[in-house]
Each structure stands twice: as structure tokens, then as C-alpha cells.
Design a binder for this molecule. Structure first.
Ligand code: CA
Ligand code: CA
Length: 299
């Protein structure tokens, strides 16, 4: 199986990045990923302030997918996420929503064994692996891997895990898929600015879709379909995610404007992905029973 290693990584998603590897539509590819600190924090004595910020948020890739042309959609089936044996968390004044209520910088190493994260002597949690950074090259100027936008990027969406399907826009030939920033677990919002940051290996199947009308990024879970939207403010991201799903319901399911709005008001769950990155990300979730009732088949 084609493997993209961590020695080929980018810190900006950009149409001019040199491809790390090439795949055909329908291929399965493994991406080895570093944690969001680029593996720099190896002990609790190493703090956020000592980081080389040029090496933060590395995304492995980019993968050139043959046949992908601007206007297409790249279907990324997330088949598996393997995690390393420990995660890292950091906290510091000024970081995240809790940045004003913590003193001094702290780094915490969290052992991860047999699918369990040890948080402290009293608390352990099952892992809930997710991909924080995943995207294609955006239109025009490159976008740093710490920022989410319409190309995907640092969306920090807890739902992007194994068994889901992520639809991303193709803005440049080959799509140039890159990913990193795995979390062993994260709460919606990522309020302190990090999840349980961890290295790992992601296995995906990539397929080029022609004439796919889904608003992107779009995520398909086993029971939910989700539009994901990032914007400068949380308010704008809420509106964007909601209207993207409203548009999907009208254009793809043929619902009327009020009917679609009412459906979202009744069954749609507007949820936060993260509010700590340069752009904020929200998602609108609807149950897949809705698309099933209309006989809609996802590509
Ligand atoms: Ca992130
Ligand atoms: Ca992260």
C-alpha cells in the first residue's frame, strides 16, 4: 500500500506545493502523521514557549490524486486511524477560552494504552480518534495549516474519525490532499486550544468525483450527514454551516425553502467544532434518515 511518510510534510496548503506521492482515484493510502507540535514536546519539561513555531501543525503530504481537476470533489473515506503510545497537551496564558484563568505554562504527557487515555490518577478515558487537520490545496494563495477554511484545513471537528467520509473541494489539478494533527480525544470547542495531541497513521481511500453537487467540506457519518463551515467569527460560521445544509436540502433533496428551514430547526443540530483557531468552525448535522426518506444516494 502507498505510504506517505512524515519526512514529506507541509505547513501551508497550497497549489504550488510539490506532491509527496501520487495515487490513482480509488487507491488506498496510508499517511503517517506527527503530532501538532511536530514531535517537539518530548517531556513535561518542554513548554509551549520553547517551540519552533515554524514546525507546528505539520500536515503530511500533499498527495496528488490523478484525474482530480478543479471543480471536482475529492471523496476521502477514512478507513482507519492508528494512534501512538502517548498524547501531549499544553496550556498557557492567552491560549484558548481558558487562557485568562490559568497561570504559567504547562505541558502534560498522557499515556495511551489499549485504547485508554490516562488523564490523571482518578480519570481515564477511552480514545476517540479524530483528524484535526485535513484538506486540499485552496484556491489562490496558500493557507497555513493552522487555519481552517473552505478547503478544509485545521477544522478540528471531532466527527472526522474512522468510518466517516469527508468530501473536499478540488481547487487545483491533483487536489493535493494533506493531513495531520490527530487527536486521541477532544471535546467539541477545543476550549483550551488542544486535544490529546498525538502522532499516528491514517489510512484513507481517495476517489475523484465528477459532477458531485455536495457543499464542501461535507462529512458523512454512519448516522449523520454534516456541513462544516469556517469563518472569522463563530456567528458567521454558524450561519455558513446552516445555510450550506439548507442549500443541500433544497438543491439535492428538492425541498422547499420553508420546508428545509423547518426541518433544520426540528432535526438539525448546530454544533461547534472549534473556537480557538484563526477561523472558527461549526457544523450542521442532520440524521441520515432524512436523506434516506428522500431516496438520496451519496456518491
Ligand atoms: Ca488543530
Ligand atoms: Ca491539535
Amino acid at each position: 500500500m502507498l505510504t506517505v511518510h512524515t519526512d514529506t510534510k507541509v505547513h501551508k496548503m497550497w497549489s504550488e506545493n510539490v506532491p509527496a506521492a501520487r495515487a490513482k482515484s480509488g487507491d488506498t493510502v496510508r499517511f503517517e502523521t506527527l503530532d501538532c507540535f511536530g514531535g517537539q514536546l518530548k517531556s513535561e519539561d518542554e513548554l509551549l514557549g520553547g517551540l519552533d513555531w515554524n514546525n507546528v501543525n505539520p500536515a503530511t503530504g500533499p498527495l496528488f490524486v490523478e484525474g482530480a481537476m478543479p471543480g471536482d470533489v475529492l471523496k476521502v473515506e477514512i478507513l482507519n486511524i492508528e494512534l501512538g503510545d502517548h498524547g501531549v497537551m499544553v496550556g498557557a496564558p492567552g491560549e484558548g477560552i481558558t487562557g485568562n484563568v490559568v497561570c504559567g505554562e504547562v505541558t502534560k504527557i498522557l499515556p495511551v494504552k489499549d485504547g485508554i487515555i490516562k488523564f490523571n490518577d482518578k480519570l481515564s478515558f477511552p480514545v476517540s480518534p479524530m483528524i484535526g487537520v485535513i484538506g486540499t490545496a485552496p484556491k489562490g494563495e496558500g493557507i497555513d495549516t493552522g487555519t481552517p477554511d473552505s478547503h478544509g484545513g485545521n477544522m478540528d471537528c471531532t466527527q472526522i474519525g474512522a468510518g466517516t467520509v469527508l468530501y473536499l473541494p478540488v481547487n487545483t489539478e491533483g487536489a493535493l490532499l494533506a493531513m495531520g494533527d490527530l487527536h486521541a480525544k477532544m471535546g467539541d470547542g477545543e476550549v483550551e486550544v488542544c486535544g490529546v495531541e498525538i502522532a499516528g497513521v491514517v489510512t484513507v481511500k481517495v476517489t475523484v468525483l465528477k459532477d458531485c453537487k455536495l457543499p464542501t467540506p461535507f462529512l458523512l457519518g454512519k448516522e449523520k450527514a454534516m456541513t462544516i463551515f469556517s469563518a472569522k467569527t463563530a456567528d458567521e460560521a454558524c450561519v455558513g454551516a446552516t445555510l450550506a445544509m439548507h442549500s443541500f436540502l433544497m438543491k439535492e433533496l428538492g425541498m422547499g425553502d420553508h420546508e428545509a428551514a423547518m426541518l433544520l430547526s426540528v432535526t438539525g443540530d448546530l454544533r461547534v467544532c472549534q473556537v480557538v483557531d484563526p477561523e472558527k468552525t461549526f457544523r450542521m448535522e442532520i440524521p441520515r434518515t432524512v436523506t434516506e426518506a428522500y431516496g438520496y444516494e451519496f456518491m
